[in-house]
Design a protein around this ligand. Sequence first.
Ligand code: 5GP
Length: 116
Amino acid sequence: MSEETIFSKIIRQEIPTPLLYQDDLVSAFRDINPRVSTHILIIPNKLIPTINDVEDEDELTLGRMITVARKLAKQEGISENGYRLIFNCNEHGGQEVYHIHMHLLGGQPLGAMLSV
Ligand code: 5GP
């Protein structure tokens, strides 16, 4: 069994974080430490610790995360100017919370894809 993170508590609303979206598969809420003007996290309700742990049966959930990103980007008014979707994996990827999440980033020019 993988250990739950704070994100499971947010999904269950045991920690009062406003949800921008929730259905049977995924949830979305604003990052507590936004790096740009729009910074939203889209996560599966099921605990999947890292992208390395994704299974074939998770394909519907992963696809749902993308369609929710598209809807939220439109809602935030950033669709036309554009945005970036990021998954970080493990140490080299800079992952801090071990419950996979997709960052939806936008609202301003995002610059180069990477600064290594
Ligand atoms: P990672 O580095 O794992 O890809 O990103 C984790 C993200 O989760 C960070 O951007 C961090 O600010 C955000 N985060 C961590 N704890 C919380 C929390 O309790 N609430 C919210 N809304 N975001 C969090």
